[in-house]
Design a protein around this ligand. Structure first.
Ligand code: GLU
Length: 441
């Protein structure tokens, strides 16, 4: 069984990049009937906020990508401590006492000599007495994971293919701060092991973390999960813009973007499959396949999202939208207005034309006479608009715009809008007659 996880830190709202990662993990679990875990990475007590945890849950619920299980790192600190103790005892985690400044100096020296700024493992050379002296001086150590330089770091990445790192070219990562707080690396690995995660799918900014974490898995006696790193999401201007980083569900909702439009777009963006306005998730799931993911950054384009959204709104069945429509608007009303809207919210503007009151323009004397004739000629049958316009055409010789526009203006107050054949029956006989006579003056 596939077990995936989405692991946001609750230090802010989800943005479109996180949403995409969450969606893909959800989809991977869905296609195999597996589990999708929401893991709240809240070990950073100072920056993590409960309101963001709530917001993350709500956003995922709105998007319809709900987790089968929720886990929180802050309630698993004892697990991290246990793994830490084991790895310290095994010599895979060691204390280091350098200050930020010392480390910075070492980096500069190496860079100055044209060497990669890899940590020199100075802390491993300390004798017990030297360590004791540091601690007696009140220097608390931070902790590093000791990479095994003989264990090759390679994996078959679900998106990037074969990936290889030379462990000797990586610094032993700091995994715990001097104040005892955790950095991301070890807790995440402990969780992936203990939660049985089989597939880790995340952004390519995590590729070098994966290299290190693979050794943590083996150091803990576990088999690493499968890994896949998707190319980052960029704006149309080609980089991960500030705007994109703050673009989240609230902004989408405000603009009338349907969750299904976001899902349809993000499930295909950056893959070799075309982005299509597909509302049926089963269809999106059928074609979802990591092997279709490209390595080039995926470009997020607002205009494309809007196109997908509009196409989905135009295809939305009444039953799925009915609870969101203005009072009194029935299926015929929805069908009349649907082709004219880009977002469901726009429905009410058009619906006002039916319910009134409307504001008519000033008409010329000639048009007033024409509209008086129209109010006389109005007959209520199966298709009052067709009947009215064909009889007026015959009686007045008007055609095209001269025939239709004054009628539309008198009946709706607008120069354009939904199909009059559908709108007129909704306005109703009495109101239509009243509007025509009013316009006739
Ligand atoms: N909390 C980490 C992040 O937000 C999770 C990364 C991961 O998926 O392992 O980047």
């Amino acid at each position: 069984m596939t077990i995936t996880r989405f692991a946001p830190s609750p230090t802010g709202r989800l943005h479109v990049g996180n949403i995409r990662t969450a969606l893909h993990n959800w989809m991977l679990a869905q296609i195999s009937g597996g589990e999708f875990i929401l893991r709240i990475d809240d070990t950073d007590a100072a920056r993590s906020k409960e309101e963001y945890v709530e917001a993350i849950r709500n956003d995922l619920a709105w998007l319809g990508i709900e987790a089968t299980r929720e886990e929180r790192q802050s309630s698993r600190l004892d697990r991290y401590q246990a793994a830490f103790d084991t790895l310290v005892a095994a010599g895979r985690i060691y204390p280091a006492y350098e200050t930020q400044q010392e480390l910075e100096l070492k980096r500069k020296v190496l860079l100055g000599r044209g060497k990669p700024p890899i940590y020199d493992r100075g802390a491993l050379d300390l004798t017990d007495a030297e360590r004791a002296a540091k601690e007696a001086d009140g220097i608390q150590p931070h902790w590093r994971f000791k990479l095994d330089h003989d264990e090759p770091l390679s994996w078959e990445d679900g998106v990037r293919g074969s990936v290889n790192f030379d462990p000797a070219l990586l610094s032993d990562p700091v995994i715990r701060r001097a104040d005892g707080s955790w950095l991301y690396m070890l807790p995440s690995t402990v969780d992936d092991v203990e939660m049985g995660v089989t597939q880790v799918l995340r952004g390519e900014d995590h590729v070098s973390n994966t290299a290190v974490q693979i050794q943590m898995f083996t150091a803990m006696g576990a088999t690493p999960p499968k890994f896949a790193h998707e190319a980052l999401l960029v704006g149309t201007e080609g980089k991960l813009s500030k705007r994109l980083g703050s673009l989240g569900c609230d902004a989408f909702r405000e603009r009338g973007i349907e969750p299904e439009a976001i899902i349809a777009l993000l499930s295909r963006l950056g893959t070799s499959l075309p982005v299509e306005p597909i509302a049926d998730r089963a269809k999106l799931l059928e074609t979802f396949d990591l092997s279709t993911f490209g390595r080039a950054p995926a470009k997020f384009d607002d205009a494309e999202l809007e196109r997908v959204n509009t196409a989905l709104v135009h295809a939305m069945p009444y039953t799925s939208v009915k609870h969101r429509l203005p009072d009194g608007m029935d299926e015929a009303g929805w069908h009349a207005v649907q082709p004219n809207i880009a977002t469901v919210d726009e429905v009410s503007e058009w619906w006002r034309l039916v319910t009134g009151p409307i504001e008519q323009p000033e008409f010329s004397d000639e048009d007033r006479a024409y509209l008086a004739e129209a109010s006389e000629a109005l007959e209520w049958g199966d298709d009052p608009w067709a009947t009215l316009t064909s009889s007026l055409k015959e009686a007045t010789g008007r055609k095209g715009k001269a025939l239709f526009l004054p009628l539309r203006q008198a009946l709706t107050g607008m120069n354009h809008g939904p199909d009059m054949g559908e709108l007129l029956p909704l306005i109703g006989e009495e109101e239509a007659r009243a509007r025509l006579s009013k316009a006739a003056g």
